[in-house]
Design a protein around this ligand. Structure first.
Ligand code: PMP
Length: 425
């Protein structure tokens, strides 16, 4: 299969593992490979499996819809799309919210940038260092992570801001309060040098960048400065939305002192593997476009049916609460396991979005080879993990389906502990 993959697919389509995995089946928090080996899934296919693999409600909704109507058009009324938009608008906290559905996070951010630049009449965007927002022409232009920016050409003028990464950069040594003050001063200084930008786009917790977050309240402090010039705040909730961070339903709520963002984007887990993304914005912003639609496939009945069933399950079973409780257990367990391991710099995160930063012992430098080795060891032990980071791949990423049980958290932590002791001990 690997040879066939290489023969017809682009070289830049990255695969995990020396011997890449072919997943053929999933259930709950587990997946099985083509040889029938089971793995506990601590990455949910880059967070696309939000609740659980093969969630019966989603399977039933998709099967029922597929048997009735498979159709794609934005020209006719679409009941599941309206119902889902109503639910999301209510959950968003954005006043007079409008929701537009897309097929991916990239397309959602693309639309958000289109809205912001059109609404504000300018093409300057503020983005965070170490960020990831997608790889379309516009989203790659606001991605401040070199490993994920395949072109230097850009339709936007982007200015990068400090603050998204807590553990490296010029302010890393400061305490939270001083870090926030330094980043705000940096933003204010930057704004003094440029024309008023259209928007700031930021992930509340950087995903691809290695699950690193700023001190709570940083974006609220930014917002006060941005508001002086009418600059919009776009929160990219593609990884942080739907309760993953445990304490909050949206990641931006850790920065909610002065109200919700102007625009929120989402994707990944909402469809539990079906392609659903979207943009939420106040009506005055959403309606600034003179467009009939943006894509034909955003909001198809089948993806909306999956998302409605998945979101219903998440809310009824309080999976946000589960993420908070089980995430806290797992964080503590991993911190204990890693105490004294010279190759581990930090275990961080919130809810079921945890990062383990590895270093070359004694140097403080990133250890991409150790990250890769831990991934391989964990796989051998029956555990799937993710990886990420900024200048280099420096962190393990842990983001299981939100229904992870305490017993499964312990099972995965034990496998990871063994792998870390072998590689980073
Ligand atoms: N924003 C963030 C924060 C992401 O993590 C990703 C995907 N890793 C995207 C946008 C792009 O989403 P998609 O892959 O669905 O296009």
């Amino acid at each position: 299969m690997l040879a066939r993959h290489r023969a017809v697919l682009p070289d830049w389509l990255a695969l995990y593992y020396d011997d890449p995995l072919e997943i053929t089946h999933g259930e709950g928090r587990r997946v099985w490979d083509a040889e029938g080996r089971a793995y506990l899934d601590f990455f949910g296919g880059i967070l696309t499996t939000m609740t659980a693999h093969a969630l019966p409600e989603v399977t039933e909704a998709v099967t029922e819809q597929a048997g009735r109507l498979l159709h794609s058009s934005t020209l006719y009324l679409n009941r599941p799309m309206v119902e889902l938009a109503e639910r999301i608008a209510r959950l968003s906290g954005i006043p007079d919210a409008r929701v537009f559905f897309t097929t991916s996070g990239t397309e959602a951010n693309d639309t958000a940038l289109l809205l912001a630049t059109t609404h504000r009449g300018g093409n300057q965007i503020l983005a965070m260092r170490n960020s990831y927002h997608g790889r379309s022409f516009s989203t790659v232009s606001v991605t401040g992570n070199r490993g994920w920016s395949p072109t230097s050409l850009s339709p936007l003028q982007t200015l990068y801001v400090h603050g998204g990464v807590r553990h490296h950069g010029p302010y890393a040594h400061l305490d939270d309060e001083a870090f926030t003050a330094a980043c705000v001063a940096d933003l204010r200084d930057l704004l003094g040098h440029v024309r008023a930008p259209a928007a700031l786009i930021a992930e509340p917790v950087q995903g691809v960048g290695g699950f690193t977050s700023p001190p709570d309240g940083l974006y609220a402090a930014f917002r006060e400065v941005l508001a002086e010039q009418g600059v919009l705040w776009i929160a990219d909730e593609v990884q942080t939305g739907w309760g993953r961070t445990g304490d909050h339903f949206w990641g931006w709520q850790a920065h909610a002192r002065n109200g919700p963002p102007d625009i929120v984007t989402f994707a990944k887990g909402l469809g539990n593997g079906m392609s659903v993304g979207g943009v939420i914005a106040r009506a005055e912003i959403m309606n600034c476009l003179d467009a009939h639609s943006i894509s034909t496939f955003g909001g198809t009945q089948i993806t909306m049916a999956a998302a409605l069933a998945n979101l219903g399950h998440l809310l009824e079973h309080d999976l946000q609460g589960n993420a908070r409780r089980v995430g806290a257990l797992l964080l503590e367990r991993l911190r204990t396991a890693c105490a004294g391991l010279p190759g581990v710099k930090e275990v961080r995160g919130r809810g079921l979005m945890l990062g383990v930063e590895l270093i070359r012992p004694g140097t403080g430098l990133a250890a991409p080879e150790a990250v890769a080795a831990v991934l391989e060891e964990a796989r051998e032990g029956g555990l799937l993990l993710g990886k990420g980071g900024g200048h280099d791949t420096s962190a393990l990423r842990i983001a299981p389906p939100l229904s992870l049980t305490a017993a499964e958290a312990e099972e995965g932590a034990a496998i990871l502990e063994r792998a870390l002791r072998r590689v980073a001990g």
